[in-house]
Design a protein around this ligand. Structure first.
Ligand SMILES: [Zn+2]
Length: 81
């Protein structure tokens, strides 16, 4: 992913999916023991669409239909996902 200021961030799709910021996934993660390692299918790790949300975030639509995660540019750029 390239940014307007010319810097570039390597975004790992697996990390993005695993740290999906939507309420469902957060609740899900909170219910797991800390040692839990999620096994994701390829559909869960394949991006279908990236939609801009205003000027501050993007919405990621995954192949498995999950689309409620909104990722802000700030956090993307800081590698917080
Ligand atoms: Zn989610």
């Amino acid at each position: 992913m390239k940014w307007d200021d010319g810097s570039e961030s390597m975004l790992m799709l697996a990390n993005l999916r695993k740290s999906c910021p939507c309420a469902n996934c957060i609740a899900d993660r909170n219910n797991r023991p800390e040692t839990y390692i999620p096994l994701l299918s390829s559909a869960q790790l394949t991006l279908k669409e990236v939609k801009p949300v205003g000027s501050y975030a993007i919405q990621l639509v995954w192949q498995d239909g999950h689309d409620s995660g909104i990722y802000t540019y700030d956090k993307l750029k800081e590698g917080k996902y």
